[in-house]
Design a protein around this ligand. Structure first.
Ligand SMILES: Cc1cc2nc3c(=O)[nH]c(=O)nc-3n(C[C@H](O)[C@H](O)[C@H](O)COP(=O)(O)OP(=O)(O)OC[C@H]3O[C@@H](n4cnc5c(N)ncnc54)[C@H](O)[C@@H]3O)c2cc1C
Length: 418
């Protein structure tokens, strides 16, 4: 496909989907076809499952795919966190080793950043990595690691030099989760699901060739990962986001119907699929004739449009070397608020039915599963308070928190820890 105007790109993509889309294909085969054609993640560089297309041309491809009713690319920590970070900082060998199996959905990944004593203050992390020949030996505890029980690899940050100030002694690694020394224990959430875990690392091994970025530069690499996490613009989320193991041998049709019948609050929040559920709920309860509900629905639609508006992202990314900048924190804040607005309109519309939980609740319980998940949206990827600090300090240039400057200069080993 040589054309580059969005209309021409869309026409070419539409032709491709007409020839190739077949819901009876095995899921893995379909994802491989998308990857080989560069239509899985069209904005990614050629050779990495993309075509290096602009934002508007990418949207045109996605529209062509949706018009064809074709299923989207794989999605999860692998595609929206690991892949962009590996593309930005990885060596050619790392990119060749990991990206093809991310783009075709074969390998699931998890993110090993947070620790019991280091969430918002992630730079205070205590997991240690000690060099041993051509390897690193990693010990410590991580927590809240989404999908770790299904992941083949993890993106990991660990302390490699405790004598350096806390932000400078951290290094970023790509760790094999399927090894002795990695113990994953699922945590049950108030939604009833167990999407995230605690992960105990007990002398786990990482090859030196799986260090991502420079020694001691892990904080900067992790900030790139987090800026992608806070950016809601993620190809494919609308159709394929779901936490769980994926069977690549089932047909796309079977995978798709399993997704729609067994969706959890986490996936609904990520996918934006909740808007449709809210729409169904307001219709079911005849609430659209109520002027106040209509007004609140209009607000939700506007907020969603704003959150996917690319102007903010483009400006931020231009300043940050093509990566989303600190300005994306405003979009993350908007996403949290949007979730709360949707929850409140839906539950209030249902009246007493809003108090139910389970499959016999309105919308088969989907709306309630989402409602229980909404508090998590203002915590995952950095809490709302932390996003406000980022916008204040890094976008508006306000002074940092009292005492932070001193803390940034002391060796990590001398910092007080609870
Ligand atoms: C659904 C979900 C999925 C997650 N998935 C992952 C994952 O895959 N991998 C991973 O590594 N982590 C994951 N996390 C963890 C997440 O990144 C942390 O929960 C988050 O960074 C907050 O850290 P904490 O829970 O330790 O809270 P704390 O840092 O202990 O914060 C407690 C409270 O204090 C406030 N606070 C803290 N510091 C400040 C400050 N400086 N100024 C103002 N207020 C402050 C916070 O806003 C919060 O309200 C996930 C979390 C959730 C909810």
């Amino acid at each position: 496909m040589q054309s580059t105007t969005p209309d021409a790109v869309k026409a070419d993509a539409a032709q491709w989907f007409e020839h190739h889309w077949d819901p009876e294909l095995p899921l893995g085969r379909w994802w491989q076809l998308l990857a080989d054609a560069g239509l899985a993640f069209p904005s990614w560089p050629q050779g990495f499952g993309g075509r290096g297309l602009s934002a508007s041309a990418t949207k045109a491809v996605i529209q062509a795919r949706r018009d064809a009713g074709a299923f989207g690319p794989p999605n999860g920590v692998a595609t929206f966190l690991a892949a962009p970070t590996i593309m930005h900082y990885g060596t050619q060998a790392q990119q060749a080793k990991y990206l093809p199996q991310i783009v075709n959905g074969q390998d699931l990944w998890c993110q090993l950043f947070s620790e019991p004593g280091a969430g918002s203050d992630m730079a205070g992390l205590a997991t240690r990595a000690i060099r041993d020949g051509d390897e690193w030996v990693v010990s410590g505890q991580k927590v809240w690691n989404s999908g770790a029980q299904w992941a083949k690899y993890g993106i990991l940050i660990a302390r490699t030099d405790p004598q350096q100030p806390k932000h400078r002694g951290i290094t970023y690694f790509l760790i094999d989760m399927e090894q002795e020394g990695v113990d994953v224990r699922p945590l049950r959430e108030m939604t009833g699901d167990a999407a995230f875990n605690e992960v105990f690392l007990n002398e786990a091994r990482v090859a030196e060739s799986d260090r991502l970025g420079d020694l001691g530069d892990g904080w900067r690499v992790a900030m790139t990962t987090l800026s992608h996490e806070r950016d809601p613009d993620n190809v494919g989320l609308g159709e394929t986001a779901a936490f769980g193991s994926v069977d690549l041998d089932v047909t796309v049709n079977d995978h798709r119907s399993a997704l729609s019948s067994k969706i959890d609050g986490f996936s609904l929040a990520l996918s934006g699929g909740i808007t449709k559920v809210l729409d169904d709920v307001t219709r079911q309860f005849d609430a659209l004739d109520d002027p106040i509900t209509r007004q609140r629905m209009a607000k939700i639609i506007e907020m969603r449009r704003t959150s996917t508006w690319s102007g903010m992202r483009t400006a931020a990314s231009a300043k940050s070397g093509g990566q989303p900048g600190p300005e994306v924190s405003t979009l993350k804040l908007l996403g949290s608020e949007l979730g709360r607005q949707i929850r409140d309109v839906g539950l209030e519309t249902m009246g007493p039915h809003g108090m139910l939980y389970g499959e016999d609740a309105p919308s088969g319980g989907l709306f309630h599963a989402y409602s229980m998940f909404t508090p998590a949206q203002s915590i995952a990827g950095g809490s709302d308070e932390v996003q406000r600090n980022i916008v204040g300090e890094r976008v508006h240039g306000l002074p940092r928190e009292p005492g932070e400057k001193e803390q940034r200069e002391l060796p990590w080993s001398e910092l007080p820890r609870s």
